[in-house]
Design a protein around this ligand. Structure first.
Ligand code: ADP
Ligand code: MG
Length: 225
């Protein structure tokens, strides 16, 4: 079985007599070190798919397994722990805490286990160095550019060595130059950190930079480009 296995995934919304099938028997298999860009028009279900893969919302039916574990069989507390340990999120609006500095924001995922250990702090600093922010550790998000904030989000997503990284429109709010830099950084992640990376994007440039690109169409992932 693959590290990420998605089988016959369905998600429907609405009352039973007028249900809309957003995801319709969607299948996907990926292994660590691989990346995937998901494109598709607005409303095609891209965010819905990421929400389910991120264990933020249950599927209507079908199976999701990450390294052999089905997170939807866990109770809510266990799901939160699973998310924290196995999944990294990079959102368009990056969700940084405004009153926390760059280093503190990067350490956020480790706080679920109490205080950040010296080892975790070292890793956070190494990751911030990797994304080119070692000179900004004490800055607040408001003192950073959009591209720099997005890079904090990338470092934070990598902190706990997740199996799966999910990015929803990571370059959506950036100018072309910064978008290109973030795109480059993202492309290097799966091999460098041995993770799976799934990026939802409207940017054809970013999508073409990933090794695989699929389009969400009629509730399924189909070959694109
Ligand atoms: N919580 C919800 N309740 C009802 N309908 C929803 C909900 N979330 C998303 N949808 C619908 O599902 C479809 C897919 O939405 P979404 O996954 O956000 O698409 P995308 O990210 O590709 O733009 C849209 O028609 C949207 O209106
Ligand atoms: Mg969306």
């Amino acid at each position: 079985m693959s590290d990420l296995s998605v089988r016959e995934l369905c998600k429907t919304y609405g009352p039973s007599d007028q249900q809309i099938a957003v995801l319709d028997h969607l299948c996907l298999e990926m292994n660590r070190g691989q990346d995937l860009a998901v494109i598709g028009p607005s409303g095609s279900g891209k965010s819905t798919l990421l929400q389910i893969l991120g264990v933020l919302d249950p599927p209507s039916s079908g199976l999701v397994q990450l390294e052999g574990n089905d997170p939807f069989k866990l109770d809510e507390n266990q799901q939160a722990k699973f998310r924290n340990q196995h999944i990294g999120f990079i959102f368009q609006d990056h969700h940084l805490l405004p009153q926390w500095n760059v280093l503190e924001n990067t350490l956020l995922p480790s706080l679920a286990f109490g205080k950040a250990t010296p080892e975790i702090q070292k890793r956070a600093k190494e990751l911030l160095d990797r994304v080119g922010l070692s000179h900004r550790l004490g800055h607040l998000p408001s003192q950073l550019s959009g591209g720099e904030r997005e890079r904090v989000a990338v470092a934070r997503a990598l902190l706990l060595k997740p199996t799966l990284i999910l990015a929803d429109e990571p370059t959506g709010n950036l100018d072309a130059q910064n978008a290109q830099k973030i795109g480059q950084l993202l492309m290097e992640i799966p091999k460098e950190h041995n993770t799976i990376l799934i990026v939802v994007t409207h940017s054809l440039e970013l999508a073409r930079g990933m090794s695989t690109c699929k389009e969400l169409r009629s509730g399924k992932l189909v070959e694109a480009l």
